[in-house]
Design a protein around this ligand. Structure first.
Ligand code: GAL
Length: 457
């Protein structure tokens, strides 16, 4: 008897890639394009510039690439700065352009998931106080409603805000991103407003489009205390509460509680979620240094696992299972993996990363955790925020040559096509594309080294 082992997803599972407007569209005029003009903020002082030229029309050829990979879904974002370039004035041409994109996805058999806010803001919004302003949530909701009224016939799966805690901490606590503020109080205020904005947008979207499915994209940071000091445990708990729990817990309690901050009641957040998006990239070790006044909690790379460039942490894709388990047990909502990927220009880590992530999801489905789809970050190399076009931060299944706009397929793109076509992984796929993983994923498969019983006991 020959066994053909296979780890397949449920029928109707969504397979796709994720991108964000500012990172691929090019010709953006928003708070980030202004920020990029400053010196020392972006790798080699680069600008997003033409990016991947999606706004000039290249989205169509890249959607062809996604379709060739047998993707049946795609997560894109729309830019508030294009849709409402002046306060209160909506640009029908920009909405029309996004209609074209959504139609292009449907024509290629891909179900769209649309993110309404992926880090960037219109300049007028930033000028009047950005996410610190009291009326920021209501301004966001007016925009969100308008988008759903215009595009709701082409999309029913909405992601309100991408990684609110990353936006709040990078921009307002660490000051790496626009607007470059470094105050916990400011970050807390912004995070609370992002929560209010999400909650209000959730209710507004459901009112306009009752059959819609509305969620948001949560960045899950793997955090462990650096052993052995006990105070590192305290640091890990604080970092975990800040990045992983506070925002999500508000959906259960209606109360938003960041570490070292007063609880804030956001009653409208309670239950305001149809699904939870998880974006899991890296593991970090938390440390506590009492000598660093005001900056005592830090993180560092864990030892013994592959790590990314610069301060990118440990790359442990199999942990995606634990992350899904934890989120489902705590929040009980259907889950989409809205981003998952690895900075890896030479495609040495990505095939393994991809296969192990898929296996982690299959395990989760085997526990009946309702994972509905997987969106790989990213379809092609793009503008990686403060890392700009630093080649070490290449996330694409396709390589982008930013001088010629040529795209080249990485081996992982071929592997992803096999995975999507098979609705999972099989021993044959692993043997062909990631043979090193065969003993771990399919130890009984021909070609996987056999461990004899007596050697085991
Ligand atoms: C996510 C973010 C994406 C992308 C990715 C890779 O946090 O949502 O925009 O930059 O990380 O770093």
């Amino acid at each position: 008897m020959s066994v053909k082992a296979s780890m397949q997803m449920t029928e109707g599972f969504l397979w796709g890639c994720a991108t964000a407007a500012h990172q691929v569209e090019g010709d953006s005029v928003d708070d980030w394009s202004l920020w990029e003009e400053g010196v020392g903020r972006i790798y080699q002082d680069q600008r997003s510039g033409a990016a991947c030229e999606w706004w000039r029309g290249r989205f169509a050829e890249d959607f062809d690439r996604a379709a060739t990979m047998r993707n049946n879904a795609q997560r894109i974002s729309v830019a508030w700065s294009r849709i409402e370039p002046t306060e209160g004035q909506f640009d029908e041409a920009a909405l029309g352009r996004y209609r074209e994109m959504l139609l292009a996805l449907h024509e290629r058999g891909m179900k769209p998931m649309v993110t309404l806010h992926h880090f960037t803001n219109p300049i007028w919004f930033a000028d009047r106080g950005g996410w610190q302003a009291d009326d920021a949530p209501s301004l966001f909701v007016r925009y969100a409603r308008r988008v759903v009224e215009s595009l709701g016939d082409l999309c029913a799966l909405w992601c309100t805000i991408n990684e609110p805690m990353v936006l709040a901490t990078q921009g307002y606590l660490f000051g790496y991103w626009t607007p470059g503020i470094k105050r916990l109080k400011a970050a807390a205020q912004v995070a609370a407003n992002l929560l209010r904005a999400h909650a209000a947008a959730y209710h507004a979207i459901k009112a306009v489009q009752p059959n819609s499915q509305v969620g948001y994209a949560h960045h899950h940071l793997g955090i462990q205390p650096k052993a052995p000091a006990f105070w590192n445990r305290f640091a890990a708990q604080a970092a975990d509460q800040l990045m992983n729990n506070a925002f999500n817990d508000a959906f259960l309690t209606g109360v938003f509680k960041l570490p070292f901050s007063q609880p804030v009641t956001v009653a409208s957040a309670k239950g305001a979620l149809d699904w939870l998006g998880v974006q899991y990239y890296q593991e970090r070790l938390a440390t506590f240094n009492p000598l660093k006044l005001g900056n005592a909690i830090g993180t560092q790379k864990p030892p013994g696992v592959p790590v990314g460039p610069d301060d990118w942490g440990g790359i442990v894709p199999e942990n995606l299972f634990k992350v899904i388990e934890r989120l489902y047990k705590r929040y009980g909502k259907p889950i989409y993996v809205t981003e998952s990927g690895v900075p890896d220009p030479d495609d040495t880590l990505r095939p393994r990363y991809l296969a192990e992530s898929v296996r982690a999801i299959w395990r989760a489905l085997g526990f009946n955790y309702p994972v509905q789809g997987y969106f790989f970050w990213s379809l092609l190399d793009n503008f990686e925020w403060a890392e700009g076009y630093d080649p070490r931060f290449s996330f694409g299944l396709f390589r982008t040559n930013f001088e010629t706009q040529a795209r080249t397929q990485r081996m992982s793109a071929v592997l992803y096509r096999e995975i999507c076509a098979h609705n999972g992984i099989s021993a044959e796929i692993i043997a062909q594309y990631v043979p090193d993983l065969l003993p771990k994923l399919f130890p009984g498969a021909p070609g996987a080294p056999q461990v004899r019983l007596k050697e085991r006991f």
